[in-house]
Design a protein around this ligand. Structure first.
Ligand SMILES: Nc1ncnc2c1ncn2[C@@H]1O[C@H](COP(=O)(O)OP(=O)(O)OP(=O)(O)O)[C@@H](O)[C@H]1O
Ligand SMILES: [Mg+2]
Length: 416
């Protein structure tokens, strides 16, 4: 038997254990490391009936080289070897993220408890003492291979599930964002119409003055400056909607100015609020500072909360009569103990006790289908969690509701 020759020990596969799929060879691969050729030969003979693909190495140095070249499914490792000993080989493997999951079984003539403890402390899964009992060696190897296969299956399944969930979450976020944009479309169109009407009227005026020969140069310069401002406003609105609706599947983390996000979200809803006679109080703490995340996602959270608040005050006005009820929504930010607190409070219908537990469930809604999908809060919750924050709710049914988003603030005030 020459070292570094990957030898094959084919026997009758009594246990049926050697059957995973890798490298086109569907058998488990074992690496046996021992400086003693007699021990090596004996171990190979003991394990031969189980149909493993077996490689042998006679030193720690060569073992490490071989493991890096081709990861075995399990390592049987002699403790006492000249040069790099078994403990060291195990330590190196366990500190390498690529190799750390390979199970290591120590083989040793050392029966003392301290050596065994050391082996387990270094990450070994088992310890076999010499002289070998063939049934025991085979059983231990089989058990650890079976455990490894179960662990690998589990890891793969968890990874698949996480990937699936993330994909679904991304789709939901995008869907809800587009739906809220759809609902805001009338307001956005109105926002754009205002400066357009300004330009149109200004042009009529200019035409009239020019025809009458009364268009002084200062007058014309002033008009042109106004047109520029109006056009800039339209460009800003379009740019904003474009960025907000863009699919941000790959989220780049940035420093998010929470006050700016509140102001931007409010500007998307301002027209609606005005038309529905909602009184808005914007109470921003200038020291609120920055959180880590994506500004358009956080804006989506604030738009959701502000839309919910608006619906709540509208519903109350329907019940109590538009004239006798003053709709109020308050948006505030505060900095407290390193946290940024963003609060949206309304004096609308409130939330009944029995609905409290279900608010953040996807598709929980008390609104008509064209008014709400019930995704707003569940998605907002997901986004806030992504930013390592939290959402709290308090409500006095029939009187007020208060949603508070708490985000970890970034120390100091950084620019974007
Ligand atoms: N400020 C609030 N006042 C009273 N009830 C609220 C308030 N915010 C949320 N709710 C209740 O929580 C439910 C779920 O809110 P969520 O934002 O998740 O969905 P939605 O507003 O119904 O629909 P979507 O946001 O998807 O358009 C609402 O239907 C409403 O019953
Ligand atoms: Mg909502």
């Amino acid at each position: 038997m020459t070292e570094s020759s990957a030898m094959t020990a084919r026997g009758t596969a009594q246990s049926g254990e050697g059957t995973p799929g890798r490298d086109g060879d569907d058998r488990f691969s074992l690496l046996i490391v021992d400086d003693n050729p007699v021990n090596l030969k004996m171990l190979v003979q003991i394990l031969a009936p189980d149909n493993y693909q077996i490689a042998i190495m006679k030193s720690g140095e060569n073992a490490l080289r071989s493991i890096r070249l081709k990861k075995p499914d399990l390592i049987l490792l002699d403790v006492m070897m000249p040069g790099i000993d078994g403990f060291e080989v195990c330590r190196v493997c366990k500190s390498d993220p690529d190799l750390t999951d390979i199970p290591v079984i120590f083989i040793s003539a050392l029966k003392d408890a301290a050596s065994k403890v050391r082996g387990f402390e270094l990450g070994g899964v088992d310890y076999i003492t010499k002289p070998f009992h063939s049934v025991e060696v085979r059983a231990r190897v089989q058990t650890h291979l079976r455990l490894r296969r179960l662990q690998q299956d589990l890891v793969r399944r968890v990874e698949e599930e996480v990937a699936k969930r993330m994909e679904q979450q991304q789709l939901l976020i995008q869907k809800s964002k587009l739906e809220s944009l759809g609902r805001l479309a009338a307001g956005i169109a109105h926002e754009i119409n205002q400066p357009l009407a300004g330009i149109s009227m200004g042009l009529d005026n200019m035409e009239f003055k020019i025809e009458a020969g009364r268009a002084a140069p200062e007058y014309l310069t002033g008009k042109i400056a106004n047109f520029r401002k109006d056009i800039e406003r339209i460009q800003n609105i379009i740019q904003h909607v474009r960025l907000f609706s863009r699919d941000q599947a790959t989220v780049i983390l940035e420093n998010v100015d929470v006050n700016e996000v509140c102001a931007d979200a409010l500007s998307m809803l301002e027209t609606q609020y005005r038309r529905h006679d909602v009184q808005v109080i914007l109470d921003l703490d200038e020291d609120a500072g920055f959180a880590l995340g994506n500004r358009y996602r956080l804006e989506q959270v604030v738009v959701n909360l502000l839309t919910n608040a608006k619906d709540a005050v509208d519903r109350k006005a329907e019940r109590e009569g538009e004239l006798s009820f003053e709709k109020q929504i308050r948006i505030s930010t505060r900095r407290r103990n390193g946290e940024i607190l963003l609060t949206v409070m309304d004096n609308g219908v409130g939330i009944p006790e029995d609905a409290m537990d279900r608010l953040f469930e996807p598709f929980f809604t008390t609104k008509a289908p064209e008014q709400g999908t019930g995704l707003g809060l569940s998605i907002s919750y997901g986004i806030v969690c992504e930013m390592k924050g939290d959402i709290r709710v308090e409500s006095r049914p029939g009187r007020t509701t208060r949603f508070q988003v708490a985000l970890p603030g970034i120390a100091g005030n950084f620019p974007h």
